[in-house]
Design a protein around this ligand. Sequence first.
Ligand SMILES: [Zn+2]
Length: 328
Amino acid sequence: MNRPLKAVVTLLVALICGAAAKSTAPVHVPLPRSNPLKQTEQEKKLNSPTASTLFSEETLPSVGRPMAIGYYPSGCLQGGVELPTTGPTWQVMRLSRNRNWGHPELVQFLERFAPLAAEAAGWKGILIGDMAQPRGGPLPFGHKSHQVGLDVDIWFMPMPDRVLSKAERENILGSNVVAADGKHVDDKTWSPADVALIRTAAEQPEVERVLVNAAIKKELCRVESQNDRSWMSKVRPWYGHDDHIHVRLKCPADSPNCRAQPPVPGGDGCDKSLDHWFLDSILHIKIPEFGGSSRALKLKDLPPACTAVLNAPANPVSAETQERSQPR
Ligand SMILES: [Zn+2]
């Protein structure tokens, strides 16, 4: 092949292969030629590996009318509000996670529920674990759900009679109330106060379901066997949940894009369906860190409105309240 012809062939091959590579390669937003090192915010968000990274980087909620968007394990939160980290009958734990945000209905629910639960359990107050990130969305660790601002974890441990320091809230371990075999509650840590906590949560009308370890559900069926157990239909067994309950609220009326979970089956759940949870294959199942598949979700896997939530300006009012509510 003479030189000029070879050059033409090489160019054609490069063009064809280049085009093919372009059509099969993952879509990336090209960097601007003028400044190849600087990505715009929008480009970063589109090219980013996971939605959990993006949502966990947002330290403040979006502006906009409060709305739970999407499904509990695949959605986000617009106009989130913060639960004060210390209240008369509650304290929020693990403050470094910045997950004490929710739809206003969740915050109002907790402000109303905390004194009720404390009274029923004979406690000074309750300890609150994770709610949602400021803009909801998938979490990089810890949960599959908690994405739309309607989920909250409450510890099986009374609030002490003093304000815990930031360090204490980081380091105190929850009380595991399930025995090592996973089949019973642990008599050393389980108490009737825990029954009162769960029952009070399940009895609230806005509560959709309460998730607890199967050994706890079994114990509730046992101790309540002579009583009316209709309140127990909302109490559902789930993996883990041995040191806290998970309370989930129904979709609020102001959130048309919030997807409801199928209703709990009728009955108290103290039937044969519970046996499934005590099969060896289920008891010893290895759950990837709290079922971490939401970590892999991309922005495109969430409702499109969640991209708008992520890109929206921060609500400046929340910056001030957040500053004020931090303990030392
Ligand atoms: Zn939870």
